[in-house]
Design a protein around this ligand. Structure first.
Ligand code: KE4
Length: 423
């Protein structure tokens, strides 16, 4: 890390990995096997980060390894069409109800940025609406802070984001359909899209309240705005068809990433042909990418989806997720500690010090000091949990009851404050 910090900001390639929210030195990883990571000191960790979602099969799944091994002798990138993009596109179109046509990109950021450009082009409108606490990547138009009040004009969320870039981005509370109704009543004819994480994962895991997604669907349709589901995290995670299958709500455009790359670089956005054929080169909406549709990434994605399609993985993940959530909740209960454990399938977050979290304000009421204590205990106890209260923890099909119980045991010990952090 000392060498890394000399060469790269914070010594990392993405901020969350630097452990700023929890303190201490992040482990430097050298290998992953199944549900475990190994660091440069040879320490093993049960992995609940799973690269922040992609590794639903765990590390080094045989199907992914053999798919990549088969491609390696054939080269890594061709700068032209390949059958591999067709293979992954067929799987995505077959799985995701809103997608008739898809474009592959290299990250979730590119997916949401491009989907919103398309929405603006298709509607001829400039305004976009996002939720406070929703994270859709780091494109300027989406790096906004929620101001005070119900629906506020975007305030730049980072230095370097000009006012002009977020002037047309409006922010509403998550899980608040009335706020969206009010906003669209006032601004609806200027709004190109409402973008939402159908299950929030970037304020910690916060499921949609009953009727919320249905209300967004009805309200956007009423006002001629597009509904964009950012399923970068939930796609193929909470169900093979994503949150839109789980909740039965069909958006106009869907953004994907993480799981569809199986740990390699893939993002995607898709929707009806009538919308997607507006994208260059078939239409005028420009979007491009040197390594989009990369053969290795496509191969890893296809192998991953092929392991998930029969649904057995989701039954296993639901059972493991239920066991973990129940264990964490029981441990907190035993110590009389308020703790809201939010979960959808195999993505979950224990919010410490609060009893219920339904939006970003609720998530921010959680106790950061207690989270830091628990995270340190998990790390010392051989459990790698996302180093922020505002991230979701994950499970893979490589996790078993033993690993789940270990994660609960270390959590309980940390709450007992008995400090016995031995393995
Ligand atoms: P990327 O550009 O990082 O591939 O995707 C951005 C993105 C878009 N939409 C959702 C719902 C996302 O969760 C993400 C990325 N998630 C974060 C963590 N929750 C990635 C981890 C990181 O930033 O290092």
């Amino acid at each position: 890390m000392r060498r890394a910090r000399v060469l790269m900001p914070g010594g990392v390639s993405s901020p969350v990995r630097a452990f700023a929210a929890v303190g201490g030195e992040p482990p430097v990883f050298t290998a992953g096997h199944g549900c475990r990571l190994i660091d440069a000191d040879g320490r093993e960790y049960i992995d609940h980060v799973l690269a922040y979602g992609p590794l639903i099969l765990g590390h080094g799944h045989p199907a992914v390894r053999s798919a990549l091994a088969a491609r390696l002798p054939l080269g890594t990138a061709y700068g032209g069409p390949t059958i591999l993009e067709v293979e992954l596109a067929e799987r995505v179109v077959a799985a995701v109800r809103s997608i008739e046509m898809v474009r592959f990109v290299n990250s979730g950021t590119e997916a949401t940025m491009s989907a919103l450009r398309l929405a603006r082009a298709a509607t001829g409108r400039d305004r976009v609406v996002k939720c406070a606490g929703g994270y859709h990547g780091h494109a300027d138009l989406l790096l906004v802070e929620a101001g005070s009040g119900v629906a506020t004009l975007g305030i730049p969320g980072s230095p370097g984001v000009p006012e002009a870039a977020v002037r047309d981005t409006l922010v509403v509370p998550y899980n608040d359909a009335a706020a969206v109704e009010e906003l669209l009543a006032a601004e609806g004819d200027r709004v190109a899209a409402v973008i939402v994480e159908p299950v929030a994962g970037n304020m910690g895991c916060v499921p949609p309240r009953p009727g919320y997604l249905e209300a967004l669907r009805e309200l956007t349709a009423r006002h001629g705005a597009l509904l964009v589901f950012d399923e970068v995290m939930t796609g193929f995670r909470v169900a093979y068809g994503g949150a839109q299958e789980l909740y039965g709500v069909t958006p106009d455009l869907t953004c994907l990433g993480k799981v569809i790359g199986g740990g390699l670089l893939v993002g995607a956005y898709g929707g009806p042909v009538a919308l997607m054929e507006r994208v260059a080169p078939s239409g005028p909406v420009y979007q491009a990418g040197t390594l989009s549709g990369n053969p290795l990434a496509m191969a890893a994605g296809c192998a991953t989806l092929d392991e998930l399609r029969d649904g057995a993985a989701y039954a296993r993940l639901e059972a493991l997720g239920g066991r973990l959530a129940a264990g964490l909740a029981a441990a907190a209960e035993e110590r009389g500690l308020p703790c809201a454990v939010n979960r959808v399938g195999s993505m979950l977050t224990p919010f410490l010090g609060v009893v219920e979290v339904g939006d970003y304000a609720g998530a921010r009421a959680a106790d950061p000091a207690l989270f830091r204590t628990v995270h340190a205990a998990w790390l010392a106890g051989g459990v790698f949990w996302p180093p922020s209260q505002y991230e979701a923890g994950f499970l893979s099909i490589a996790h078993g009851d033993a690993e789940v119980d270990r994660t609960v045991e270390v959590f309980a010990t940390a709450l007992a404050g008995d400090g016995s952090r031995g393995r």
